[in-house]
Design a protein around this ligand. Structure first.
Ligand code: NAP
Ligand code: MG
Length: 454
């Protein structure tokens, strides 16, 4: 066995099931060189040809949806229902951005003495660094718009979860997307990911992961004025006002935070409840939390699976101070990395209240006024998502405008929609993915003036 073989562990059993080879710096440099050489050919394809290849790629993903989902269950412990949604999301994102090559419009701007037009030029080689929490969607949110805009892509999956990204690259190549246009390189963050930052031929880094590493990426990119997009952590509030549908708010709150075992930067891990309905809300929340089905992830009825790793479970456990536990749900015992849904009654000095737990742990606190709710929601360095429950449309809008976060939902905990922009305020990130906005992050505007003087 080669020295850089890496063991993959099934999170629901704790057992090694496969090994992958991790790429070295030299292999990363070679891949970047091939991606650079492939760039002009990909950029210069007729727009409809590039669109057609992306549609074929989407169809290939659609045909392999169940296999991709099963692979993710094994590698990441996601519930089979979630994993099917995630594979479907890759196909949908590819279809959405397949429309882009033929619609990358510039502008014609009135000027005296000539014609002024703008072009949206691709950047060149784009390096995408993906975390383990949503291996398929987060990869696709990078590679689909990047490829559509005419860039070539080198992508590093998380060490823990490389298998679906490798399979997606095979599917891309099977429909005729050149192998040097889209390359997946399993490897360590400090080797392959770091090389994306330092290699001068990588023109942009797309990073999703921890805020600590995101800051290092930003610092490293500054040296070459390299473009970057960051999608980092979140400490997101679910604000429940007394005038809301309290039954519905309580019944849905667990799914707003415990989906993917809470390993979601959009998890609503702070529940703020107006004092007059606080006791009633907790009464309703308890059966809702106990009703969350934490099961073997291949079970069709599973609503939550295990955590990604033993290390992540240890980290999550460290946030649970038993004196603050209000109630918990249940989970299987066995060798997987199981952790039960857990509800804490937190004070403002509680680490679980202040830090991203990235596990199935939620903190509940009462508030008195609308202003206090907004202040509590904003009392964090993060600003990614949040939910607002009220029947008062004016309040819904005031609070939506008051919460400093990039993605809010009223009377729901809507998942990210691929055709709307997604990204963070404050230390939750920089730049926007998805929707029409993502293409701005994968193109440069070029202005050309053509004189009409004789
Ligand atoms: P992480 O270290 O930020 O990892 C994210 C990705 O960055 C992985 O592919 C990782 O590679 C890579 N990476 C690590 N160090 C790097 C470096 N110096 N240069 C370039 N790339 C690098 O996150 P983590 O350690 O997996 O998770 C820690 C915590 O981060 C979580 O508990 C959670 O709070 C947060 N997190 C947030 C998100 C999100 O969606 N915003 C996702 C994941 C984690 P390796 O696989 O080799 O480490
Ligand atoms: Mg890390």
């Amino acid at each position: 066995m080669a020295s850089n073989a890496y063991d993959l562990i099934n999170p629901s059993t704790g057992a090694v099931f496969q090994t992958v080879e991790l790429a070295s710096v030299e292999q990363t440099d070679e891949a970047i060189g091939r991606a650079k050489a492939a760039f002009p050919g990909w950029r210069d394809l007729a727009p409809a040809t590039r669109a057609g290849l992306l549609l074929d790629f989407a169809a290939a993903v659609g045909n392999q949806l169940e296999d991709l989902a099963q692979l993710e269950v094994r590698n990441a412990g996601h519930t089979i229902g979630n994993a099917r949604w995630e594979a479907g999301n890759v196909a949908a994102v590819l279809r959405y951005y397949a429309a882009a090559p033929e619609r990358l419009f510039g502008r014609q701007i009135p000027v005296p003495g000539g014609l002024n037009v703008t072009f949206r030029e691709p950047l060149g080689v784009v390096g995408i660094i993906v975390p383990w929490n949503f291996p398929m969607p987060i990869a696709a949110w990078g590679f689909a718009p990047a490829l559509a805009a005419g860039n070539t892509v080198v992508l590093k999956p998380a060490e823990l979860t490389p298998l679906t990204a490798l399979r997606l690259a095979e599917l891309a190549h099977s429909v005729g997307i050149p192998s040097d246009v889209f390359q997946v390189l399993p490897g360590a963050g400090q080797v392959v990911g770091q090389r994306f930052v330092t290699h001068p031929d990588v023109r942009k880094v797309v990073f999703t992961g921890s805020t600590a590493v995101g800051k290092q990426i930003a610092t490293g990119c500054a040296d070459q004025v390299k473009r970057f997009t960051l999608e980092l952590g979140g400490k997101n509030a679910n604000i429940v006002f007394a005038d809301a549908d309290i039954e519905k708010a309580a019944a849905t709150a667990p799914y707003g935070v415990f989906d993917n075992a809470g390993q979601d930067c959009c998890a609503r891990s702070r529940i703020l409840v107006q004092r007059s309905v606080y006791d009633r809300f907790l009464e309703l929340l308890e059966p809702a939390v106990k009703g969350v089905r934490v099961e073997e992830p291949l079970s069709e009825t599973a609503e939550m699976g295990p955590l990604i790793s033993a290390a992540q479970r240890t980290r999550v456990e460290s946030y649970v101070d038993s004196s603050r536990v209000a109630f918990t749900g249940s989970c299987p015992d066995g060798d997987g990395f199981w952790f039960p849904p857990t509800v804490l009654l937190s004070e403002s000095d509680d680490p679980a209240w202040n830090q991203e737990v990235f596990g199935p742990v939620v903190s509940v606190r009462p508030f008195e006024t609308e202003a206090e709710a907004i202040a509590l929601a904003n009392d964090t360095e993060y600003g990614l998502s949040g939910s607002i429950w009220t029947r008062d449309v004016g309040r819904a809008l005031r609070v939506s405008r008051g919460v400093e976060a990039g993605n809010l939902s009223v009377n729901s905990h809507s998942a990210v929609r691929y055709w709307t922009p997604f990204g963070g305020f404050k230390q939750s990130g920089l730049g926007r993915e998805l929707g029409p906005d993502a293409l701005d992050g994968f193109t440069e505007v070029k202005n050309v003036f053509i004189s009409t003087e004789e």
